[in-house]
Design a binder for this molecule. Sequence first.
Ligand SMILES: Nc1ncnc2c1ncn2[C@@H]1O[C@H](COP(=O)(O)OP(=O)(O)OP(=O)(O)O)[C@@H](O)[C@H]1O
Length: 335
Amino acid sequence: MTPKSGTQDTSPILSVRDLKVHFAIPGKGLFAPDRQLKAVDGVNFDLYPGETLGVVGESGCGKSTLGRAILQLIAPSGGQVAWLGKNIVGSPHREMQPLRRDLQIIFQDPLASLNPRMTIGEIIAEPLVTHKPELGKEEIKARVKRMMARVGLLPQMINRYPHEFSGGQCQRIGIARAMILEPKLIVCDEPVSALDVSIQAQIVNLLQELQREFDLSLIFISHDLSIVRHICHRIMVLYLGNVMELADRDNIYANPRHPYTKALISAVPIPDPEIERNKERIVLTGDLPSPISPPSGCVFRTRCPFAKDKCASEVPKLDRVSDTQEVACHFHDSL
Ligand SMILES: Nc1ncnc2c1ncn2[C@@H]1O[C@H](COP(=O)(O)OP(=O)(O)OP(=O)(O)O)[C@@H](O)[C@H]1O
């Protein structure tokens, strides 16, 4: 199904500017100073109401850290996260608490993210109990049952425990918990990676239905470019905590401009054997460098087949190459 597009004629719901998350890592010797691990290093983007933004990149490139920093579950080291126009970085707990209603997260490992000692009814009800204590017990129960039915769980299972459910059902429980307060944004952190392929499509379809019904914005973190293509309107490619490319879905698959995006996309198998045989392939060599000592200049240059001297000395800016595509590469025009 084609995702909704053209949401950018309204104001962004979320604006992220120069967002940084640097973790202090103990130095190697007993008295050596701490080092900085740059998990997220200056990320900029806007998110619009009803939009799904995919965040892709190899393991360790900073996707989860970015998602958590946006929700202030990890304190950013710098930059701004403006929610409905107001910067929330560094907001005290009492100011963040009401915003938590609007900002939710779904985790990768559905079972591990559910408290095994609580019934699924209690798990789904928890945000309501915290944020809407004025609702009576019966009203909360009715809302929980309605949401269970909406996400494809049998309401009569309200008193069962998480271990009695399959992985796909546990993810539905996680979605029901995230949805119960009718949030405006959900960060989906690899929500289907731990599930069987047959179940993945069901969960992705459910998220798409909920998005349309509730006009939700989603940040969909994944390393699976096929799923991202199915669900996202725009896609952001991260490498060592830096944005390499940000473009709408069709552009990024049909006309990737950054060598790293080209490499990621060329690794996605195409079902047609003729096209698969003849397609251009960019194979990445070497491992992801350590975010403790990232390469100078362009962080991708040590693995880039097209790197030149300038790439080692100058950090490329995210350049707008069309209305719907931005690329951080000195040589995007000549590749
Ligand atoms: N609490 C932490 N303390 C120190 N380093 C961390 C912490 N959390 C993450 N990191 C490091 O930050 C970098 C980015 O990690 P992150 O989990 O955000 O990447 P990712 O792209 O989501 O990877 P994956 O797909 O494997 O989850 C990694 O080098 C990771 O080891």
